[in-house]
Design a protein around this ligand. Structure first.
Ligand SMILES: *Cc1c(COP(=O)(O)O)cnc(C)c1O
Length: 399
């Protein structure tokens, strides 16, 4: 047994089940292990590494800012935060932003904004606000977020949970219309469910949800932590449906694959419910994170990564579809957020991932049957060919 893996097993909480590989270096779409073996990264750290590993411009922004000013808290202004927030608001069409660090924190921020908006603007009676979510959702791991998870393992052993949430089937806009009450503050939804297994709603779903929310004075809040910033071939996945949410949550790729950076963005009148002291974060909006995130957005623009994601995603999906393998049940995705579902009785997703690893491709199963293919957005056709050829070879061997 590898000594690093043993050491980690001894000292690190067993809240993950990693593949048995010890990575020491990354560059672009590639990762290297201790023995110098090279892998194509199909995980991108759950879509946090859309810009590729150690992008030179981002590493430079990080090191330059780290040597100048890194952390002061928001007790003071810095020269880095405002330019980032203006840029991200202009790109997403939102009015204001509240910077946090991890995705779950930004989701919590959205929940707090929605509740306070319900009480102070919509006129819901104290402590009666309700937030509607979808079955199969993934919004993070805090206690209030797992309170509305439909995944038993995420909840088991962690109660009691806060109240005020209800869950409806994903992709069913009639269920949303039926679930709304006068106390409904918001509908929180992922445009494509990532951790749920790359689940795509029917066409036009989000647009209908937007109309239902408008008609009922309910906030539509899209969790784009995974789908945002080009992952699905549009800047935001909600752009595919021409939807302008009342609130948007970003994280993961916003940190350029170098730092945790997240934020909740919203219409001005929604964000204005926050007053000094209502909410905060010691590290949220720090100048180091802001410098990296601003550079990450510029790189996204200048290297046209959103367009690349759309183009390469189409190519990847077409090549996977052409495999015609009896092991494959379904191929789903948009842009470079792709899931391949295998027939549970024929092969487990874990086995596919282990076999891909041996062939120089790193991915991870989500649930028992789905393998994700979500590489950095700068992946090239030849690299996609390598991945699909590796998958084809291992499926041929399984036969
Ligand atoms: C990853 C993810 C989160 C949680 O982000 P963390 O940074 O892990 O807290 C929330 N929502 C979605 C859709 C995600 O994919």
């Amino acid at each position: 047994m590898n000594t690093i893996i043993e050491q980690e097993a001894r000292y690190c909480a067993h809240n993950y089940h990693p593949l048995p590989v010890v990575l020491v270096k990354g560059e672009g779409v590639y990762l290297w292990d201790e023995q110098g073996n090279r892998y194509l990264d199909m995980m991108s750290a759950y879509s946090a590494v859309s810009h590729g590993h150690c992008h030179p411009r981002l590493v430079q922004a990080l090191t330059q800012q780290a040597g100048r000013l890194a952390i002061v808290s928001r007790a003071f202004h810095t020269d880095q935060l405002a330019p980032l927030l203006q840029k991200v608001c202009e790109m997403t069409g939102q009015g204001m932003a509240l910077p946090m660090n991890t995705g779950a924190e930004a989701v919590e921020t959205a929940l707090k904004a929605a509740r306070k908006w319900a009480y102070t603007v919509k006129g819901v009676a104290a402590n009666q606000a309700e937030i509607i979510v979808c079955d199969g959702n993934f919004h993070g791991r805090t206690i209030s977020i797992v309170a509305f998870s439909s995944e038993p393992q995420y909840r088991d052993g962690f109660g009691p949970f806060p109240a005020g949430f209800s869950s409806i089937p994903f992709g069913d806009s009639d269920a949303l219309a039926a679930a709304i009450t006068p106390n409904t503050a918001a509908f929180l939804v992922e445009p494509i469910q990532g951790e749920g297994g790359i689940i795509m709603p029917p066409p036009g779903y989000l647009k209908r949800c937007e109309q239902i929310c408008r008609d009922n004075n309910v906030l539509l809040i899209c969790d784009e932590i995974q789908t945002g910033l080009g992952r699905t071939g549009a800047l935001l996945a909600s752009d595919h449906d021409g939807v302008r949410p009342d609130g948007v949550i970003l994280g993961k790729a916003l940190g350029g694959g170098l730092l945790p950076v997240s934020m909740f963005l919203a219409r001005r009148d929604v964000m204005e419910v926050f007053t000094p002291g209502d909410h905060g974060s010691t590290f949220g909006g720090n100048p180091l994170a802001a410098a990296v995130a601003l550079e990450a957005l510029k790189v996204l623009d200048e290297e046209q990564l959103v367009q690349a994601s759309a183009r390469m995603g189409d190519y990847f999906l077409a090549r996977l579809a052409a495999l015609n393998s009896p092991f494959i049940k379904e191929i789903r995705g948009k842009g470079l957020l792709i899931g391949v579902e295998f027939h549970a009785d024929k092969v487990t997703a874990r086995t596919v991932c282990e076999q891909l690893m041996v062939r120089g491709v790193l991915s991870k199963e989500t649930h028992e049957t789905v393998v994700r293919f979500a590489p950095p957005l700068l992946i090239q056709q030849a690299e996609i060919d390598t991945v699909v050829d590796a998958l084809a070879a291992l499926l041929a061997e399984l036969r």
